[in-house]
Design a protein around this ligand. Structure first.
Ligand code: AMP
Ligand code: ZN
Ligand code: ZN
Length: 403
């Protein structure tokens, strides 16, 4: 009771004094939920023992990088926030969104959600991003006050130093919400598979970065003032070469386009042929499921967006869908790990750990949903979330100290 009274007093004082919290949101791309149990990450372990660890973080479908980073930061399903995949088309305008095309990645027209940095800046909270999908959009009122153009070559310590430099700014210029991103476990997971020694080395490298961050924050006397959340966008599963399905060989004569080979393939073809292609694929279903866009099961939340192709094929976990072209290419270079599959499969789940004065201590919970992080951030900063989000604070707020 007395503790609760002190907490309320603390919150009241900080609000009266106009003090806002500091939050650092870190993403380790493709860091599967159970990588934390390999005994390779003592620094992250210390971090969550003094805070929160969820069993896993459930991504949205498809369990890919851009849709999920944007779901985390907007609280919306991909069908609603618009970034439905790492690659998709607006057929009417003949425009393509592609992760590697920086002009499109910075074109704000694709982004239909309100990222947390927009909500925060509207509430006079300064924000910064050392990489995050969607943080580089060209419209000035839609990106954080400070942001970096994505460059995979930027050394990891430089990224941490960048964050530290923002925190060293004079108070009126200092950001209160910062994102930080590392691709390491995704790269090695694709190249060598989730059970490889290379992934284990990535885990160790990222754990050392957490230690470096911790020491750097202490050196500027900021460790106790900042709340840190570490998440990942999705997990990773083994995709052996024997588990390849050539979809083009099932429907060779319809003039179809096979988009984004891998765990989820989209098919486009002449409008008059869609039903015949669907029927053929449906009759031959084997280690995949095929859906008409309007029939995608509700639990995927993947129907509403007009840029979703008329036919979607979802491979069973571990299987890869290819066309003739990728079949040939795959002989030379094959990804031993992949993600994008059904987001309910535990291999697709990521991590959620948090630490800081706003969070409970030494608390372990079950899985949480990544769309609930945006309303959680709004609660931490005591600001109103955007209306019509898919996330729900009531599913996650128990991890906060006061609840
Ligand atoms: P994927 O495995 O296809 O879902 O995507 C992972 C890749 O996304 C990583 O290898 C990163 O290089 C890339 N990536 C991550 N963040 C960004 C960004 N902000 N801009 C462009 N590419 C990014
Ligand atoms: Zn990713
Ligand atoms: Zn990946």
């Amino acid at each position: 009771m007395f503790k609760k009274f002190l907490f309320v007093l603390f919150i009241s004082f900080t609000l009266i004094a106009g003090e806002k919290p500091y939050v650092l949101l870190i993403s380790f791309d493709g860091f599967r939920w159970d990588y934390l149990d390999r005994g390779l990450s003592p620094n992250i372990e210390k971090f969550y023992n003094d805070g929160i660890r969820a069993m896993s973080l459930q991504p949205c479908f498809p369990s890919k990088t851009f849709p999920n980073h944007y779901s985390i930061i907007t609280g919306m399903y991909p069908e609603n926030h618009g970034i439905i995949s790492n690659y998709f088309k607006d057929i009417k305008r003949n425009q393509v969104y592609r992760l590697g095309d920086s002009a499109q990645v910075r074109n704000s027209e694709w982004y239909l959600g309100e990222a947390f940095w927009e909500t925060a800046e509207r509430n006079r909270i300064k924000t910064a991003s050392y990489f995050w999908p969607g943080s580089e959009v060209h419209l000035s009122y839609r990106h954080p006050s400070y942001f970096m153009e994505y460059n995979q070559q930027t050394p990891y310590k430089d990224r941490v130093d960048g964050v530290i430099n923002w925190l060293k700014l004079p108070k009126e210029k200092r950001p209160h919400f910062i994102t930080l991103y590392f691709e390491d476990t995704d790269n090695t997971g694709h190249d060598f598979g989730p059970d490889s020694k290379e992934v284990n080395e990535s885990i160790v490298r990222l754990d050392n970065i957490v230690k470096y961050l911790d020491e750097s924050l202490k050196s500027i006397n900021f460790r106790d003032s900042i709340n840190i959340i570490i998440v990942s966008d999705h997990g990773m599963t083994s995709t052996p070469k024997e588990k390849i399905i050539n979809i083009e060989s099932i429907v060779p004569d319809f003039g179809c386009k096979f988009i984004e080979p891998g765990p989820v393939m989209k098919i486009e073809c002449d409008i008059n042929k869609i039903e015949a292609v669907y029927q053929k694929l449906n009759q031959n279903e084997n280690h995949y499921r095929v859906f008409r866009r309007e029939d995608v099961p509700d639990y995927f939340h993947y129907s509403k967006n007009p840029f979703i192709s008329p036919i979607i094929i979802v491979a069973d976990l571990g299987y890869s869908l290819v066309d003739n072209r990728t079949m040939k290419r795959s002989v030379e270079k094959w990804s031993l790990g992949n993600h994008g599959f059904d987001n309910h499969a535990s291999d697709m789940h990521g991590i959620f750990v948090a630490n800081g004065s706003m969070f409970r201590k030494n608390y372990k919970t079950g899985s949480v949903l990544n769309i609930d992080i945006y309303p959680l951030l709004c609660k931490i900063f005591d600001i109103f979330p955007r209306a019509n989000i898919d996330g729900d604070l009531s599913r996650i707020k128990f991890i906060l100290k006061e609840e």
